[in-house]
Design a protein around this ligand. Structure first.
Ligand code: S3P
Length: 169
């Protein structure tokens, strides 16, 4: 079966929603950030500090290419992964892409900014980053889960959407 690919801003719940989906659907959860950290043997923050963002994005592309070769996964993508067409392209081919879209201000207020190098400049910068990325997320997404009240509600919406998709086919 096709992969389920979750995209969206830092803190929008990709990993939490991905965990709920994986448990509910009996799939494995893969997380591109965790994949890169395991491969590199250091944290995202360390990779950014030591090597810079371009190096990290290249490793993110490696994660995408590797995970896209597999099936039946729920894949939680790092928030910036869709910015690189060569990263999101293969994942999109391998699965169905859901954008977990939440109000960026509320997302920031609930965000643990520790360990997130691109969330260090405050709320306004975070909201700005969301605005810059929104059109990319929209273009990549097969479906948009808008403003879900909770991770459980977002997971329910994904499952419902997938069931409707199967009915349509
Ligand atoms: C990033 C999001 C992070 C991580 C890195 C960069 C981004 O992942 O990949 O810090 O550019 O939005 P999460 O979305 O899981 O926080």
């Amino acid at each position: 079966m096709k992969n389920i690919v979750l995209i969206g801003m830092m803190g929008c719940g990709k990993t939490t929603v991905g965990g709920l989906l994986a448990a509910r659907l009996g799939r494995e959860l893969a997380d591109t950030d965790a994949w890169v950290e395991a491969r590199e043997g250091r944290t995202i923050a360390q990779i950014f500090a030591d090597e810079g963002e371009t190096y990290f994005r290249d490793r993110e592309r490696d994660a995408a290419a590797e995970l896209a070769r597999r099936q039946d996964l729920v894949i939680a993508c790092g928030g910036g992964l869709p910015l690189r067409p060569d990263s999101i392209g293969c994942l999109k081919e391998s699965g169905v892409v859901f954008w977990l879209d939440r109000d960026p201000g509320e997302t920031y207020d609930a965000l643990d900014t520790g360990g997130r190098p691109l969330a260090q400049d405050g709320r306004a910068a975070f909201v700005d980053r969301y605005r810059q990325r929104a059109s990319v997320y929209r273009a990549c997404a097969d479906y948009i889960i808008q403003g879900a009240e909770s991770a459980q509600a977002a997971a329910d919406a994904v499952v419902e959407r997938l069931a409707r998709k199967e009915e349509d086919q």
